[in-house]
Write a protein that binds this ligand. Structure first.
Ligand SMILES: CC(C)(COP(=O)(O)OP(=O)(O)OC[C@H]1O[C@@H](n2cnc3c(N)ncnc32)[C@H](O)[C@@H]1OP(=O)(O)O)[C@@H](O)C(=O)NCCC(=O)NCCS
Length: 207
């Protein structure tokens, strides 16, 4: 299996949206909205194409990671950092090291470009494998001062966050209120661009 990792181009957009749909479908809610988030990210000001990567096999997209600008607000001003999401791998190709490759290569690229740190809300069992620690380790909280296991950070430069305490802010595009009727109408309309998949209510869904 020859996995190629490269920067995302416009030609990849639809295929990556489809990968996101397949990866998140029925995972956290019946259906999903992550493919719509991906679609909105392409034109969002926060999106950073320079470090966002796609994994392909025989020219077909099988995974991707999308990075965005984020901030830590401190009493002394704000610090530019990164967030990413979604990170997704086509279910037919999961657990073959593709997510790991996408993460490590993009983190390496981001570090080389001088970015200071990454904060995310993600699967708490997955990201610690790559050195992520819960955000409270760094003295960083969510805007409402909360901390939880899924909220994690990683310093791309040594001691980049030494002595820093503050709150994490990501761009508005990540505010995906699935209880907002208009938002879900837009999601369902957008979803018509993709092959039909059945929505299921499953016990592990939390959204
Ligand atoms: C999570 C996801 C990106 C991982 O990608 P992947 O290519 O399947 O993972 P990898 O093969 O690179 O896994 C690397 C390691 O993490 C483990 N792992 C994979 N998915 C995991 C998960 N959901 N939870 C915990 N560990 C996981 C693998 O077993 C492997 O462990 P090992 O190195 O000890 O063998 C992928 O499964 C996915 O798209 N899931 C659905 C969407 C999602 O949850 N995205 C993340 C949202 S924050």
């Amino acid at each position: 299996m020859n996995i190629a990792i490269r920067k995302i181009t416009e030609n990849d957009h639809y295929e990556i949206e489809l990968v996101a749909k397949k990866a998140f479908w029925n995972l956290n809610m019946p259906g999903c909205d992550e493919h719509y988030l991906v679609h909105r990210l392409w034109n969002a000001q926060c999106y950073i194409p320079d470090i966002s990567l796609v994994a392909t096999i025989a020219g077909k997209a099988v995974g991707a990671v999308l990075y965005s600008k984020a901030k830590i607000e401190t009493v002394n001003g704000s610090i530019d950092i990164l967030t990413f999401g979604p990170l997704c791998v086509d279910p037919d190709y999961q657990k073959k090291g593709i997510g790991k490759k996408l993460l490590l290569e993009s983190m390496n690229l981001a570090a080389k470009k001088g970015y200071k740190a990454i904060f995310i809300c993600g699967v708490p069992e997955y990201y610690p494998k790559f050195g992520f620690k819960t955000a409270d380790t760094f003295g960083i909280t969510m805007p409402d001062s909360s901390n939880f296991d899924a909220f994690m950070g990683y310093e791309l430069q040594k001691d980049a966050l030494k002595g820093v305490t503050g709150k994490f802010y990501e761009a508005d595009v990540y505010d995906c209120d699935i209880h907002d009727e208009n938002y879900m109408k837009a999601v369902n309309e957008f979803d018509k661009n993709f092959p039909y998949m059945e929505k299921k209510v499953l016990p592990h869904q939390w959204r």
